[in-house]
Design a protein around this ligand. Structure first.
Ligand SMILES: [Zn+2]
Length: 335
């Protein structure tokens, strides 16, 4: 049997047995935070636009697994567990969504409610307020569908030619990296410039991709938590202090106005480049009064961890891989 096949077989055998589950009971107490973005009816249909979707069927299987074999908890519970050792049930898992896609309401909400899984939805405020696609999706769409094969980056004057899928991906990444350092109008102008030079008709505004404020309020009313995810989704560690402050505090203020109550949880965007946070952004989130902030750095959350820098893990579509990653994270091992 080839090694990769043998590994897969062993993984499956371990998952079917209760060995990993039992082992995680004896591992040091931990919680895990899961990260989702969009939940699509068919994730392949919008791959060239969103590129961050999980399919409905996978998501439902994930939630059923959580409800059956784990203990779904809120991000508030996890933050208190990190900060003060608040008791959590064994194998506690919190579910989170970034950005504010409309399918969070249309598809994810009924499934979450059916399985009794509480979730936190981190809203990219400008995208929801304007009903506009996040800029990283617009860039993906532009480079994925253009008939052109060259682009010049106005921020560096670097010229790119792309013919193969790999070259296309590389130039798209270069564009993401430039835009990740921008906020607000500068970022909008940069992305519009890409669409213009690639001769792409931008994906239209209110096209159902993003939540409306009424839907955000309905998520809250259904018992879930609404958190902030900046105004324009830059990499906060790569922008000026003033811009970071506007993005962090501004997104909280707008959300509080729309929700009519305090917004206490934050998620760091990670569109491109590393790191995604700094001691300065950490201080701003603390001064802004956030109780927790989540990262895209994988790993478990343990008591004593900084609640303003909580780790989260990704959510592979395949159920065995999803369960394996969860089990390994509880054991403090990378998957
Ligand atoms: Zn995001």
């Amino acid at each position: 049997m080839p090694i990769s096949k043998a590994k897969r077989w062993l993984k499956k055998a371990l998952l079917r047995s209760s060995i990993l589950r039992t082992a995680s009971r004896f591992a040091p107490s931990a919680a895990v935070v899961l990260m989702y973005h969009s939940i699509a009816e068919d994730e392949r249909a919008t791959e060239h636009i969103l590129g961050v979707s999980r399919g409905r069927t996978s998501f439902e299987a994930h939630m059923e697994t959580l409800a059956r074999h784990f203990s779904p908890v809120s991000i508030e519970d996890v933050a208190q567990f990190a900060e003060s050792g608040r008791q959590l049930p064994p194998r506690a898992v919190a579910v989170t969504f970034d950005d504010g896609f409309a399918d969070n309401y249309d598809i994810a909400l009924p499934i979450l409610n059916r399985y009794g899984v509480p979730a936190t939805f981190y809203i990219m405020v400008d995208a929801v307020a304007n009903g506009a696609l996040p800029w990283y999706c617009r860039i993906r769409f532009a480079f994925s569908t253009t008939a052109k094969s060259d682009w010049s980056n106005p921020t560096s004057n670097q010229k790119y030619t792309f013919r193969s899928p790999m070259e296309r991906k590389a130039v798209m990444t270069a564009a993401w990296e430039s835009a990740a350092k921008m906020t607000g109008k500068q970022q909008q102008d940069f992305v519009s410039g890409i669409e213009k030079s690639l001769e792409i008709e931008p994906v239209k505004g209110r096209n159902g991709f993003m939540l409306t404020w009424d839907e955000v309020r309905a998520l809250k009313k259904a018992g879930h938590i609404i958190g902030a995810h900046t105004l324009s989704h830059p990499n906060l560690a790569q922008v000026s202090e003033w811009e970071a402050r506007c993005e962090i505090v501004g997104s909280r203020d707008t959300l509080e106005k729309e929700m009519g109550e305090p917004v206490e949880h934050f998620s760091y965007p990670h569109p491109a480049l590393n790191p995604q946070w700094s001691s300065l952004t950490h201080d701003i989130t603390r001064e802004a009064g956030f109780k927790s902030a989540v990262l895209t750095t994988p790993g478990p959350v343990r008591t004593g961890d900084d609640p303003l820098a909580l780790r989260r893990i990704g959510t592979p579509a395949d159920l065995d891989q999803f369960t394996w990653n969860l089990q390994c994270t509880f054991l403090g091992r990378s998957s």
